[in-house]
Design a protein around this ligand. Sequence first.
Ligand code: UGA
Ligand code: MN
Length: 253
Amino acid sequence: STIYVITPTYSRLVQKAELTRISQTFLHVPQLHWILVEDSPDKTALVSEFLAHSGLTYTHLHVPTPRDRKLQEGDPSWLKPRGAEQRNEGLRWLRDSTRARQGEQGVVYFADDDNTYSTQLFEEMRGTQMVSVWPVGLVGGMRYERPVVEGGLVVRFHTGWRPGRPFPIDMAGFAVSLRLVLANPESRFDGNAPMGFLESSFLQGLVTMEELEPKADMCTKVLVWHTRTEKPKMKREDALQKQGLGSDPGVEV
Ligand code: UGA
Ligand code: MN
């Protein structure tokens, strides 16, 4: 089956580095279709060119996050959910474009552009019937978070923060079958969800905890890490620019 990977992305200094890193992971994965959704009013030249040379099977979409839902410079990163509208746009495209191919076997995974993915993760999720789950490393202020499996079933979640959430799982910790996505045309991410409830807003109504399919050796192996990239400092760049000696803007970074 095809794995449809939906990735929200936005323009910033490290964007091309992030996209290079994950796209070169995806190149090692057979039957992967990348749905890259820019958080912008238009498709950017950087991303268009990047995708054209990526060697991947891809769909390039864009949708800007409405102003009132977008984090502003200086806001703490947890204030508003990120990437919700972009993931919904990816879901819209999937629903529109795969309707014609009723019965297609597929899996949908939401991969942020800054995480670190093992190629093994994709083989774990490929057989997803409804919703599969696995541990995520370096997230939630913990070494890892994971579903706890007893007798082959998920019975609770190992998490340090608000364990009472319907699905206390990071975005990187689950995949959904294309069949389930198509059978629930209304399911989407709530861009107004309170902190930590974005994943639950989508999964609620799709599955119950008992129905979750534990992968990665009954959720004992970490195959994805919630890494976050440091924002590069531009102190020297700014200083040189003031003297008219800044870097060549024609060089894409
Ligand atoms: C955590 C989760 O891992 C995310 O999946 C979840 O969307 C996020 O929290 C949340 O609560 O909204 P975190 O590392 O804090 O992740 O979020 P980012 O990696 O900064 O953003 C998630 C995705 O949205 C990334 O692919 C990023 O490129 C994209 N994004 C971010 C946008 O499209 N627009 C933005 O303005 C910011
Ligand atoms: Mn992130």
